[in-house]
Design a binder for this molecule. Structure first.
Ligand SMILES: [Ca+2]
Ligand SMILES: [Ca+2]
Length: 409
């Protein structure tokens, strides 16, 4: 790399070896090198990758083993787009689907031009980021959550093929990789909600920002803690009617195969404490940090979601395609366990609410885990989102896919 750099510098600055000291450069060469550099700096000068043709999508459905996925009667699943390491999902105002990465470093934009439920183009709109798991859209801009900062791509939907350089919105989140990936979304108060996971399996940190959900203004000012005692949330949404916050939370490891369970929590106001690291699943004191504590001092989950299931993305169903009973149900993606003897999760669940209580907790989409061993799982649901036509999209970071679940009477 150094050899290439010095050859390039010599070519650009033929009269000198130390361009920083005596910049007698070749102006003609610089003139056409500069635009090329600017394109590189902007992150993309490439043409979009065409999404799959219908025939290729059918072969992808076979490759992704969608015939193994079980859904309630009347529902079917297809491939919306192939997107590497597909994580969090967000819609743009003009129908662009934005998709984040965790184990890879890109952010993608997926466009279904003819609105037939299959993507026509997939654009790479940002590269080389640090765990860009979270995506949220507001006033034409895409907000992206990296490990320790929030960045923004302005007027993004009109320039997917030549995306702008990102603007840094806020860069003071901790640079801890453990639980450092972030789901983000704008609340009804027009603030960006940003969780900060505990940087450990279980610990008590001096910095109060850990194990919280924070929020800040769209311009990056006013960061404050909204919810406390949250080990790690990778999905939340506001109830369509009450506009109150609901979030999933991942329970700690190494306390048992069956405890604690992951949680669905309800946070109607600021400064509530959800128990971590003192009390888990609303009932079980932590063997170490729970000494002298009382579970009654913390807010218990509305619904326990199963042990080690890794409950991630959640959304309320607001479409009209699905039967009426699905209206305002919560869909929850369960990414799946990684260290449980009998694997759990690897599915999409629903929670039906009766007021602010859970009435029913049911399986919706299953089959990504054919047996009982984590290693057999071929897909891992990460996020869910309702499309304009009422279909439910599901991201899967293991297969690198976004699926589309539709309903036909
Ligand atoms: Ca299409
Ligand atoms: Ca809790």
């Amino acid at each position: 790399m150094n050899a290439i750099m010095s050859a390039w510098i010599e070519w650009l600055f033929p009269s000198v070896k130390q361009p920083a000291l005596i910049p007698v450069f070749n102006r003609k060469r610089l003139l056409w090198v500069l635009p090329a550099l600017m394109l590189v700096a902007c992150g993309s000068n490439e043409t979009p990758k065409p999404a799959e043709t219908p025939a290729q999508q059918d072969s992808l459905a076979a490759k992704f083993q969608l015939d193994k996925i079980k859904l309630p009667p009347g529902f079917s699943i297809s491939v919306y787009a192939a997107v590497p390491n597909a994580r969090s999902l967000a819609w743009g105002a003009n129908g662009t689907l934005f998709v984040g990465n965790k184990d890879e470093s890109n952010v993608y934009a997926v466009v279904d031009t003819d609105k037939n439920g299959k993507a026509d183009s997939v654009y790479t709109i940002a590269k080389g980021l640090t765990m860009p798991n979270g995506v949220a859209f507001r006033n034409g801009s895409l907000y992206i959550a990296e490990m320790s900062r929030i960045i923004r791509l302005d007027s993004i939907e009109s320039r997917l093929a030549s995306p702008p350089a990102p603007v840094v919105v806020y860069d003071k989140y901790p640079d801890k990789a453990h639980h450092g990936w972030k789901f983000i979304a704008f609340g009804p108060d027009d603030k960006l909600y940003v969780p900060v996971g505990a940087p450990c399996n279980v610990c008590e940190e001096k910095d109060p920002v850990f194990a919280t959900i924070t929020r800040l203004n769209p311009d990056g000012t006013g960061m404050e803690i909204f919810a406390k005692g949250v080990r790690n949330s990778v999905g939340f949404a506001w109830h369509p009617d009450t506009k109150e916050l609901w979030f999933t939370e991942n329970g700690r490891d190494n306390m048992g195969e069956d405890i604690p369970e992951d949680e669905l929590n309800y946070a109607p106001k600021k400064d509530m404490h959800f128990g971590f690291p003192y009390c888990h699943q609303g009932t079980d004191l932590d063997p170490e940090f729970g000494k002298g504590k009382n579970c009654a001092d913390y807010t218990a989950p509305v619904q326990k979601l199963g042990p080690h299931v890794a409950a991630l993305g959640m959304r309320f169903y607001t479409g009209s395609m699905f039967p009426a009973e699905y209206r305002n149900k919560i869909f929850i993606a369960q990414h799946g366990s990684w260290n449980r003897k009998i694997a759990s999760g690897y599915r999409v669940m629903t929670v039906s609410l009766d007021g602010n209580k859970a009435a029913k907790f049911e399986e919706f989409a299953t089959g990504w885990l054919p047996g009982t061993d984590d290693k057999e799982a071929f897909g891992r649901p990460v996020d869910v989102i309702v499309a304009a036509d009422g279909a439910l999209l599901i991201s899967d970071d293991k297969q690198g896919a976004v699926y589309r679940v539709s309903y036909n009477k």
